[in-house]
Design a protein around this ligand. Structure first.
Ligand code: SAM
Length: 268
């Protein structure tokens, strides 16, 4: 039986059960395909790679577009997990020492194309029907706006967003306004699959990791936003409005901060 990913068919109410079922089916393949990769602390977590793999493995896209390559850990994970998928990776900072590290890491991966540019300009220009995107730079509001802009075109099948940690602006917005989105730090996922790429032993069949371990493993979060018939234009306006509001708030905080301990008055 062909199971379609929630990005293709279902509403997100089915997302988490689909993720858990698919992770159970595909975790061994993930571990096999990513064996020998060296995790980079600046990169996504290995369990976040499984999160992506589990959601796409039954129906891999023809192309994945990545914004924010850094040292190329996520790019390598995508390339190995989806050998028949073209991975197009965009990095904004061509002068970073990370460029060379990524190039060395990725040499030999024939399904990877590394480009330079601003993902906010390049992704909207490059996307084609059925593409999946992974946004790991820019972050927060900017990442969310990029994801919504891409989803609005109707061409993108799903967007993954990294570092949507609880309490961040983007996470709060997604939780409130895009209920179909879900996250790799869901306790149901972490308690069974947080062991991937960590020093924790794999739980025995039917068992899960203790809550204290799950808490320790909850370092970051990958968000999954499936394309849905949502008013993306309106959501974009709302995000932009909130972004301005936060900027104004930050500016006000700087200007009106109270006198510090050395007696210097804050700006009034
Ligand atoms: C955390 S690192 C990426 C790590 C990488 N995805 C991994 O898992 O190994 C974030 C990267 O995004 C890049 N970046 C930030 N804003 C960007 C933008 N607008 N377009 C493309 N890349 C961007 C930064 O230069 C940085 O290299």
């Amino acid at each position: 039986m062909l199971i379609r990913s929630p990005a293709v068919k279902s509403r997100a109410a089915h997302g988490l059960p689909f993720l858990l079922g698919s992770a159970a089916t595909h975790v061994d393949t993930y571990v096999e395909r990513t064996a020998g990769t060296t995790h980079d602390l600046k990169g996504i977590r290995p369990s976040e790679g499984l999160f992506i793999f589990a959601l796409l493995a039954t129906d891999p896209p023809r192309r994945i577009l990545e914004s924010g390559r850094g040292r190329g850990y996520s790019t390598e994970i995508l390339a190995r997990c989806f050998p028949a998928t073209r991975i197009i990776s965009i990095e904004r900072d061509r002068n970073s020492p990370d460029v060379e590290i990524a190039a060395r890491r990725l040499e030999g991966n024939r399904n990877v194309e590394c480009k330079f540019g601003d993902g906010r300009v390049e992704l909207p220009r490059l996307i084609e029907q059925g593409d999946v995107v992974l946004i790991d730079g820019p972050k927060d509001f900017r990442a969310l706006k990029l994801a919504l802009r891409l989803l609005r075109t109707g061409r993108v099948r799903a967007a993954f967003m990294h570092d949507v940690i609880p309490g961040s602006h983007a996470r709060r917005f997604l939780e409130k306004r895009v209920p179909s989105a879900f996250f790799s730090d869901a306790p149901e996922f972490l308690s069974s699959y947080g062991f991937v790429g960590s020093d924790e032993p794999r739980p025995a069949p039917g068992q899960t990791l203790p809550a204290t371990v799950v808490d320790r493993l909850r370092e970051g979060a990958m968000g999954f936003i499936p394309r849905e018939p949502l008013p993306y234009g309106r959501l974009l306006v709302e995000v932009t409005f909130r972004q301005w509001k936060e900027r104004l708030r930050d500016t006000a905080r700087k200007w009106f901060k109270p006198a510090n301990k050395s007696g210097n008055p804050g700006r009034i």
